[in-house]
Design a protein around this ligand. Structure first.
Ligand code: ZN
Length: 124
């Protein structure tokens, strides 16, 4: 269970409408579902996870199996990657309101923009 299973709670947390919360929650639930589906190792049936290089100027990333030595190109596992999509709205919502208002002038505008971005994201 996550907050995405309860869009009323989500709406209250970030201060958006129920309709918006429903769309955001549906987005993240779908991503997590796809991530679970594409996270099975073809070699041993173990769990694949997403790994990236810690090197500062490197954007290198790959998937690794926790059960065997299987590794593969991360690009072949877009859902696994997007499954860890960062929920910036939820992150900002944990800030004290004053601080958040200093950071973001147009909170409602940001919510609307995030939803537009999500719905433009195609997860294959
Ligand atoms: Zn494996």
């Amino acid at each position: 269970m996550s907050i995405y299973n309860n869009h009323e709670e989500y709406a209250e947390k970030i201060g958006c409408t129920l309709e918006q919360a429903e769309r955001i929650c549906a987005h993240y639930l779908k991503l997590h579902e796809d991530a679970v589906e594409s996270s099975t190792c073809p070699e041993c049936g173990g769990v694949l996870y997403y790994e990236s290089s810690d090197a500062e100027y490197s954007s290198e990333c790959w998937v690794e199996c926790e059960g065997c030595d299987f590794t593969d190109d991360a690009e072949k596992y877009p859902a696994l990657h997007f499954g860890y999509d960062f929920d910036v709205l939820l992150w900002f919502s944990t800030m004290p309101t004053e601080e958040r208002e200093r950071e973001i002038r147009d909170w409602q505008g940001l919510i609307a923009m995030e939803i537009a971005n999500m719905e433009g994201t195609k997860v294959v």
